[in-house]
Design a protein around this ligand. Structure first.
Ligand code: PMP
Length: 428
């Protein structure tokens, strides 16, 4: 389809001034001008259902965050080298959501910076250099984090000291005990790096395996792997950038679903509902070894405006009961999508935890053959029906359905009808 002149002009301007690394979604790019709750509006006034954005996790432009940011921005914004109560009040509050062993917090602006510091800490305290991540992991943009982010593709060099392990995919891995299966992979990777003369530093893991294709699996399956890491003297870093802040419904943090206590937890995306703020929380004994020797200052990290936004997010998750909401509506959405799977052979698997759902498209249900081409076409058809989302996983065939937590029961019909029509158009 030809682009309308306004879209074409903006697209060309963007290519000229921003360059090729900035990838756009959609063959017909969407030009958004406004957001509210789970909805977005484009320049022509058309409304969309946002099934993708876990950053505006409370909902786009949530009034509690807008108000807190406006108030703080018109009072004071500065850095962490002066005393300020907001960062301390927020930290006290944040730590109540975490296991008691995790009792120190530090703040940055992006998930990448949080993971970058987590890796520096893990390397410092262990004296090791060897990091284990999953085969399609994404952990950030910095030199250190991109070198353990195979999701960036074959152009991105992976650190020679890193080891990639297969993600625990309950749909594709045929095993009665996924926990033992994954722990064995981690154990083999530790052996392999030590044979190569690399000392083990730790496991960096997103407990929902978002870029590995959304793999909630049976809760608890990370426990054995965490034990293996600890027995080998390594650090467990839970990358909560995607699963954190009530997203998975049954727990406030993704790792908590598995009953593990990581040594370091990193967080970002939903933390400020769109205001750049990220954090790292760690056990004192792990962090102190690093902090006693190396100062850390992040110009914008932990500033009062970001902290005010983060406080409003925690308050709103509680006052609106968003964790319980995510569990209840996520279960409803799963049921509705599984209903659709009874009528569409192309839906191989539907899985989720709270409002984080993966829907896997296949060309053969018995052979589990991934259908990436169909998934990409489905995205476009959904876009034409006003539903925005994207794909994940090593085969790029898993629709990632991860709306703002404002997503309501009444929105489910929009998603399922759009998906039903898209699959009917594309597969019949
Ligand atoms: N970790 C995970 C699991 C992520 O999904 C992302 C971002 N997609 C990051 C880290 C990096 O966060 P940021 O883009 O805020 O640097």
């Amino acid at each position: 389809d030809a682009l309308d002149p306004a879209t074409r002009a903006l697209t060309e301007r963007r290519e000229k001034s921003l360059g090729g690394s900035y990838r756009l979604f959609y063959r017909r790019p969407v030009h958004l001008v406004r957001g509210e709750g789970q909805y977005l509006w484009d320049a022509s006034g058309r409304r969309y259902l946002d099934m993708y954005n876990n950053v505006a996790s409370l909902g786009h432009c949530h009034p509690a965050v807008v108000e807190a940011v406006t108030r703080q921005a018109s009072t004071l914004n500065t850095h962490t080298r002066y005393l300020h109560e907001t960062i301390l009040d927020y930290t006290d509050d944040l730590l109540t959501t975490l296991p008691a062993e995790l009792d120190r917090a530090m703040y940055m602006c992006t998930g990448s910076e949080a993971n970058d510091l987590a890796l520096r800490v893990a390397k410092f305290v262990t004296g090791g250099d060897g990091v284990i991540v999953t085969r399609e992991a994404y952990h950030g943009t910095s030199e250190l984090t991109s070198s353990v982010s195979p999701a960036l593709g074959s152009g991105q060099p992976i650190a020679p000291t890193a080891r990639l392990v297969d993600a625990p995919d309950a749909y594709r891995v045929d095993t009665p005990d996924l926990g033992a299966w994954f722990a064995q992979r981690v154990s083999d990777a530790i052996d392999d790096m030590e044979r190569a003369g690399t000392r083990f530093a730790g496991l960096l893991v997103d407990s929902l395996f978002s870029s590995d294709g959304v793999l909630p699996g049976p809760a608890g399956y990370l426990r054995e792997a965490a034990d293996v890491v600890h027995r080998a003297g390594g650090v467990v870093i839970a990358d909560e950038v995607q699963p954190g802040f009530a997203r998975t419904g049954e727990a406030f943090w993704g790792f908590a679903r598995h009953g593990i206590v990581p040594d370091v937890v990193t967080m970002g995306k939903p933390m400020g509902n769109g205001i750049p703020v990220s954090g790292l929380v760690a056990r004192t004994e792990v962090l102190d070894a690093f902090s006693d020797r190396i100062p850390y200052f992040n110009t914008f990290g932990g500033n009062p405006v970001s902290m005010a936004a983060a406080r409003a997010v925690l308050d709103t998750i509680r006052s609106e009961g968003l964790q319980e909401h995510s569990a209840a509506i996520g279960a409803e959405l799963l049921t509705a999508l599984r209903g659709l799977a009874t009528r569409h052979e192309a839906i191989g698997d539907v899985r989720g935890a709270g409002l984080f759902v993966g829907l896997e498209l296949v060309s053969d249900r018995t052979a589990l053959t991934p259908d990436r081409a169909l998934a990409l076409d489905v995205l476009e058809e959904l876009r034409e029906r006003g539903v925005l989302t994207s794909v994940a996983g090593p085969h790029g065939n898993v629709l990632k359905l991860r709306p703002p937590l404002a997503f309501a029961s009444a929105d489910i019909a929009w998603v399922t009808t759009a998906l039903d029509e898209a699959l009917t158009v594309l597969t019949s």
